[in-house]
Write a protein that binds this ligand. Structure first.
Ligand SMILES: [Zn+2]
Ligand SMILES: [Zn+2]
Length: 247
């Protein structure tokens, strides 16, 4: 194992195309574990792939769509009842993150939500282009075109001397080229093939720009039904649930 490992816990879209898990990516460095997004089955995926959830020190939520954050109450239950966690958990995300997550916890486990947790749950809401250091991880969020009024973020992550860029959910934007320039790993959404929308990316669009991407490794994820039906003709690397990337 390299000292920096990224595990794709979920490579599917909101519809869990072909039974794939929704978004969740664990960045695991000696300095700690950092979760990018937390879709519905993220805890289940960690157990399925033999990863102890206690490695998570902090969580970054790219945007407040359910397939990216509704797994959080299950993680909190695991930390509280199964692990007796004492150390703090920091959740970072776009403006509105704390209110939406607290409402989610109330909606799913009302009595639990009214009790104090034995560990500190800390929130940092990040306006685009406001970098934040979270332990040994430096996060630089940037706004991507995915929702009309709510803010959706992609992010650049720097940890253990390496750089990872995650697109979050996004339509096409030139930022994908510039932000991912020369990084060690670029995790890029690719939701559609035939369908072209301003708020998600389709594979032909990525192919049009393929020669312009300079990341050392680029992996497509958030894969929808159309992309999975065409896997045999796709020339870029596709994620699968459980994919492990050492960088
Ligand atoms: Zn999504
Ligand atoms: Zn979304």
């Amino acid at each position: 194992m390299s000292d920096l490992r990224v595990t794709f816990l979920g490579s599917g879209d909101a519809f869990s195309a072909a039974g794939r898990h929704q978004a969740g990516y664990l960045v695991h460095a000696p300095e700690g574990g950092f979760l990018l997004d937390c879709g519905a089955m993220t805890l289940m995926a960690m157990k399925r792939f033999g990863i102890d959830a206690s490695v998570i020190d902090s969580i970054f939520i790219s945007h407040l769509h359910g397939d990216h954050f509704v797994g959080i109450p299950f993680l909190l239950l695991e930390f509280h009842y199964e692990q007796g966690r004492k150390r703090p958990l920091r959740i970072t995300g776009p403006p509105g993150t704390e209110e939406r997550i607290r409402a989610l916890i109330r909606a799913t486990y009302k009595e639990f939500s009214g009790e104090p947790l034995p560990f500190a749950l800390e929130f940092s809401e990040l306006p685009p282009d406001s970098p934040l250091s979270c332990g040994a991880v430096r996060i630089e969020p940037f706004r991507v075109p995915h929702q009309e009024t709510e803010i959706s973020l992609g992010c650049a992550v720097e940890v253990a001397g390496r750089r990872i860029v995650y697109s979050g959910d996004t339509g096409w934007t030139e930022e994908l080229i510039t932000r991912s320039h020369g990084v060690d790993l670029f995790i890029c959404e690719c939701c559609y093939f035939e369908t072209r929308l301003p708020f998600h990316i389709d594979y032909p669009r990525l192919m049009e720009h393929r020669h312009r991407f300079t990341a050392k490794r680029m992996i497509l994820t958030h894969l929808g039904r159309e992309v999975l039906a065409r896997q045999g003709s796709i020339e870029m690397e596709l994620a699968v649930d459980g994919l492990v990337v050492d960088i």
